[in-house]
Design a protein around this ligand. Structure first.
Ligand code: GDP
Ligand code: IMO
Ligand code: MG
Length: 450
């Protein structure tokens, strides 16, 4: 008897289109509710991410655990492209357990993922200390991301799979000695203070976490995901950070240390590009940014920026730092859509708009080699600190009229016009605005452009 060949599954991707914190966690959780995906996979970054999930009274912030943790039937994968903070991982798993979600049976960690060591955050701090003196501080999350990825590129990183090997202790010792020498260099050359007590505490916590991680499912995640795809199952790839923080295409050096673009899904999970289908791009109705570098769309009126910060609860989910707030930057957004290939868009925080009038950035003027140029659409500056002015358009705001709205028909006319305006401005890019967020809860959204 001839057996019918099973159609292979596909991978959809969720990517941030601004400077991070667009609400990706919430949208991933919503997409998973559709039940078309059997698993969700992190493919880059580490515990620098902070993805908030709100489900009724439960609020959970995932730094390293994929955002499918509150969906009991979804498999969770940590791909080879991720730098794994074991302390954060174990803490999140235990927090989830206390909320009634034991994720261990459905969590798979790639044996090729990289280990963040207890000294990486100290190296991160040391380099920020050096940069601060030069006036080029990145404003990292201090989770050791840059040093961990540097170790990968310099081919001395520890892999998660090494945890199971008999020579792990020796490898770890060699790497830690190297790291301590680097820290001493920062001390001698730049006056960075090495706190041995803190290092000892961090090492103890790390060793404890590692013992727990060794009990988890460490395996070949690339093979596992391909097996799932080849039996007709679909996977959601969870982007962390955002296009404007991509190490190659963001505002270098004020970026993170991984490629955040969907192109990196293939390398960060070990799957061919032929499986990729939809790219879901996520943005907020305005823009926020944490860390160093120029932010051309920043709201100039300080008290108005503070209002947005307060109403939008714009404080980092990982570091608690206040996020700078700006207008929706359509000029940067077009660049992000073009690079990521996003075809479906989520717009969050449409409930937050406190001013009578809102602005949208539509153009950048730059000064390069003494010459001022108004950039044509599609051309993005090499460095954002070359941007001297922005061109804006203005339209009526909508106060807090749209909080919790779940039906397109109930949206205020100002928000409705704003969404139509955005759609119109992006019309040549072939994107659909599929869903609009009106609050932090899983249920707070309405479908718009179906
Ligand atoms: P992520 O890193 O992209 O997952 O986003 P974060 O979790 O860092 O930040 C998004 C914040 O906005 C979180 O506090 C969410 O609970 C909240 N949020 C998401 N969507 C909405 C929305 O539509 N309205 C409001 N008011 N809050 C939202
Ligand atoms: P999610 O996934 C917002 C920023 C930091 C800093 C720069 C480099 O929650 O959107 P790093 O620690 O990565 O070396 O810091 O990147 N950054 C983020 N900003 N959201 C994030 O993640 C971020 N992850 C890193 O503030 O400017
Ligand atoms: Mg975040």
């Amino acid at each position: 008897m001839l057996r019918k060949k099973i159609k292979t599954g596909f991978i959809d991707v969720v990517v941030g289109l601004q400077w991070g914190d667009e609400g990706k966690g919430k949208n991933i959780d919503q997409l998973l509710s559709s039940r078309i995906y059997s698993g969700v996979a992190r493919f880059q970054g580490g515990a620098n991410a902070g993805h908030t999930l709100q489900l009724g009274k439960i609020t959970f912030i995932g730094h390293i655990i994929p955002s499918g943790c509150l969906q009991k039937n979804v498999e969770l994968y940590i791909g080879n492209g991720v730098v794994v903070d074991t302390v954060s991982l174990i803490a999140e798993m235990s927090q989830l357990k206390s909320l009634g979600f034991n994720v261990a049976p459905r969590l798979y960690i790639s044996n090729r993922a990289k280990l963040v060591s207890y000294l990486h955050p100290f190296l991160d701090q040391a380099d920020e200390y050096r940069r601060n003196k030069l006036g080029t501080k990145v404003g990292t999350t201090n989770r050791g991301i840059g040093p961990a990825y540097s170790d990968v590129r310099w081919r001395r990183a520890l892999l998660i799979g090494d945890l199971l090997s008999s020579d792990f202790e020796q490898k770890e010792k060699t790497l830690s000695e190297f790291h301590m020498n680097v820290l001493k260099m920062y001390q001698e050359k730049y006056g960075f203070e090495i706190d041995l007590k803190k290092i000892k505490e961090a090492k103890e916590k790390w060793l404890k976490a590692i013992k727990e991680v060794k009990k988890l499912k460490i395996c070949d995640v690339s093979y596992l995901i391909q097996t799932r795809l080849n039996t007709g199952k679909n996977i959601l790839a969870e982007g962390a950070q955002a296009v404007m923080l991509d190490v190659d295409f963001g505002d270098f050096p004020f970026v993170t240390s991984s490629n955040t673009l969907p192109a990196n899904v293939c390398l960060g999970l070990g799957v061919p590009h032929t499986y990729l289908r939809n790219i879901y791009g996520v943005l907020k109705a305005y823009t926020t940014k944490v860390g160093g570098g120029n932010f051309p769309a920043r709201i100039k009126d300080e008290s108005l920026e503070k209002l947005f910060q307060k109403a939008g609860n714009e404080f980092g989910a990982t570091t608690g730092r206040p996020r700078m707030c700006g207008w929706l930057d359509l000029f940067a957004l077009r660049h992000a859509i073009a690079l990521s290939g996003a075809n479906k868009i989520f717009i969050n925080k449409s409930d937050i708009c406190l001013s009578d009038k809102i602005k949208v950035v539509i153009g950048y003027t730059i000064k390069e080699n003494g010459k001022r140029t108004c950039l044509p659409a599609g051309r993005f500056p090499l460095y954002l600190n070359h941007v001297t002015d922005v061109q804006t358009e203005e339209m009526p705001g909508w106060g807090n009229a749209n909080f919790g709205v779940k039906n397109k028909q109930k949206v205020s006319k100002e928000l409705s016009s704003y969404l139509k305006y955005i759609k119109n401005k992006l019309s040549d890019l072939n994107v659909k605005i599929i869903s609009v967020g009106t609050g932090p809860d899983r249920e707070h959204f309405f479908n718009w452009d179906k």
